[in-house]
Structures are given as structure tokens and as C-alpha cells.
Ligand binder design. Structure first.
Ligand code: CAA
Length: 261
């Protein structure tokens, strides 16, 4: 049913208003080559534009979420090519999407795999997950935001150690350090991620987008500016029908039916 070659795209019946993207290069442990990058970005952008989709789950296989950027594809390239192509820039387009992205990670999430997971808004880990930025062993450094997002997530000490030594973190340490929001038994990972996504997708789409924007703003602003930004967005929620519906339903002791406007 998918027009893509390196990913599977689905709208699971069990999770209304949820789009599912499964990385699917099993022979290469889902290594992120150029085609996969473009396909993920295209599929996620299509879901983002679809008013019938309110949350997106990105997952991999049991063995690997993704074992990094495709080393075999990168190996012959030189500086002029990667610079002119601005290699990996397209991944940034995922960070601009309004729709929340949930990474459901089992197995290896290394290099670009860890970075893709960190690009997502919520990171759920199976108990089998492991995270790392092993680029240093290949004579390169992280290139899809790893040195920045990992540092913000787990702090300088751990991020520095991981980027300088290539040490990987198992799920438990990743949760303890604030990299992942929760650990889930591997067999239940996808169901739980779809449940979380469906919960989000059931809320008002514009309000969800505002909540996401407000949290993300905390990375880009001082505390005082961020708080002012949040308050302005909070005020603007009162311009939506969904605020009337949400508060009205509470007062009338009924379940709200959000119209996403
Ligand atoms: N790129 C290309 N191919 C990869 C790959 C990658 N990142 N990771 C794994 N593969 C391929 C292997 O070459 C192998 O293919 P062949 O059967 O054709 O030889 C296949 O996937 C299975 O891998 P292994 O046999 O190595 O499996 P394993 O279970 O023994 O080891 C692993 C698993 C520890 C994840 C190991 O594959 C590994 O170390 N992979 C590379 C991890 C890495 O360095 N990632 C960072 C990449 S650089 C990067 O991501 C830059 C950036 O910031 C954007």
C-alpha cells in the first residue's frame, strides 16, 4: 500500500487520527540514507498537512530504530559535495512540523538514529533500546543535531562523554537522564506509542500545536520571554471554538468533542 521503498506508511485502525511511519531497511538496520531521509520527510509532511491526522509515530524494527546515517553512502563523499548538498539539512524540516511526532524506539538508536529520535517531540523507549553518538569512531561528529539536542536533554557531562567516547546508553540510563519520557516492554512499545498518539490526536489540533510551540520555545528564549510567549498563546486559545467546547464540557459534566478549530 506504500509508494515508498525505505519506509512503510500506515493509518492504523486502532489509533484514530494517527499516522505511522516505520523505517524499513532491515538489511542495513534502518541506516538513514538519502532516499530514506527524503521519504520520511515527505511522508511526515503529508501527514502534517492532512487535517485528519493529529499525531505521527515514527518507529523502526525490534532490532534497530536506526543504526545511524548510512556509512556506506557517506564513505566516498568529499567536502565540496557534502557542503554544497548541505548533507542532512532536510531532516530539519521535520522539526518545523506542527503535528506532534512520537519516536517509538527499540534496539539501536545510534548516530543519526539517536538524532532522529531526539528530533521528535516525545521519545518512548522499549526496554531493549540503546542510544549513542558513535560518530567519533568514524572520524566525524554528529551531523543531525546530536551535539545540541543530546546536551540539552541530558546535560553537558553525559553528552560530552557520549560524543567523545561513543559510549552508548541503555534505556534505563536514558530515562534516568531525561532523554526518554518512558520505558515500555518491547512487545508493547508500538501499541503504547499509538495510544499516546491517539490521545494527543483526540485533543484540539490548534491547541496541541500551540502547546508544542510553547514547549519548544523554551529552547530558544530566556525564561521571561518564554513565559510571556506562553501567556500570549494561552490568551489566544480563547479565540478558538475548542476552548469554548473544552471548558463548556467540563462545566456541563460531559466529554468534549473538539472540532479542531
Ligand atoms: N550505515 C550503513 N550500514 C549499516 C549501518 C550504517 N550506519 N549500521 C549497520 N549497517 C549494516 C552493516 O554494514 C551490515 O550490513 P552487511 O550485512 O551488508 O555487512 C548490517 O547493517 C547489519 O549490521 P551488523 O552486521 O554490523 O550488525 P551487528 O548486530 O553486528 O551490529 C551495530 C549492530 C552495533 C549497530 C553496528 O551495525 C554498528 O556499529 N553500526 C554503525 C553505527 C554507527 O556508527 N552509527 C553512526 C553513523 S554516522 C552518523 O549517523 C552521522 C550523523 O550524525 C548523521
Amino acid at each position: 500500500m506504500s509508494e515508498y521503498e525505505t519506509i512503510l506508511v500506515d493509518r492504523p485502525e486502532s489509533a484514530p487520527r494517527v499516522g505511522l511511519i516505520t523505517l524499513h531497511r532491515p538489511k542495513a538496520l534502518n541506516a538513514l540514507n538519502r532516499q530514506l531521509m527524503l521519504e520520511v520527510v515527505e511522508a511526515a509532511t503529508a501527514f502534517d498537512r492532512d487535517p485528519e491526522i493529529g499525531a505521527i509515530v515514527i518507529t523502526g524494527s525490534e532490532r534497530a530504530f536506526a543504526a545511524g546515517a548510512d556509512i556506506k553512502e557517506m564513505q566516498p563523499q568529499g567536502f565540496p559535495q557534502v557542503y554544497v548538498d548541505d548533507l542532512f539539512r532536510d531532516w530539519d524540516r521535520l522539526a518545523d512540523l506542527r503535528t506532534p511526532l512520537i519516536a517509538a524506539v527499540a534496539g539501536h538508536a545510534l548516530g543519526g538514529g539517536c538524532e532522529l529520535a531526539m528530533l521528535c517531540d516525545i521519545l518512548l523507549a522499549a526496554d531493549t533500546a540503546s542510544f549513542g553518538q558513535p560518530e567519533i569512531r568514524l572520524g566525524v561528529i554528529p551531523g543531525i543535531g546530536g551535539s545540541q539536542r543530546l546536551t540539552r536533554a541530558v546535560g553537558k557531562a553525559k553528552a560530552m562523554e557520549m560524543c567523545l567516547t561513543g559510549r552508548t546508553m541503555k534505556a534505563e540510563e536514558a530515562e534516568r537522564s531525561g532523554l526518554v519520557s518512558r520505558i515500555i516492554p518491547a512487545a508493547e512499545l508500538l501499541d503504547e506509542a499509538l495510544k499516546v498518539a491517539a490521545t494527543i490526536a483526540g485533543f484540539s489540533a490548534p491547541i496541541v500545536a500551540m502547546a508544542k510551540e510553547a514547549v519548544n520555545r523554551s529552547y530558544e528564549s530566556t525564561l521571561a520571554e518564554g513565559i510571556r510567549f506562553e501567556r500570549r498563546l494561552f490568551h489566544s486559545t480563547f479565540a478558538t471554538a475548542d476552548q469554548k467546547e473544552g471548558m463548556g464540557a467540563f462545566v456541563e459534566k460531559r466529554t468534549p468533542a473538539f472540532g479542531h478549530h
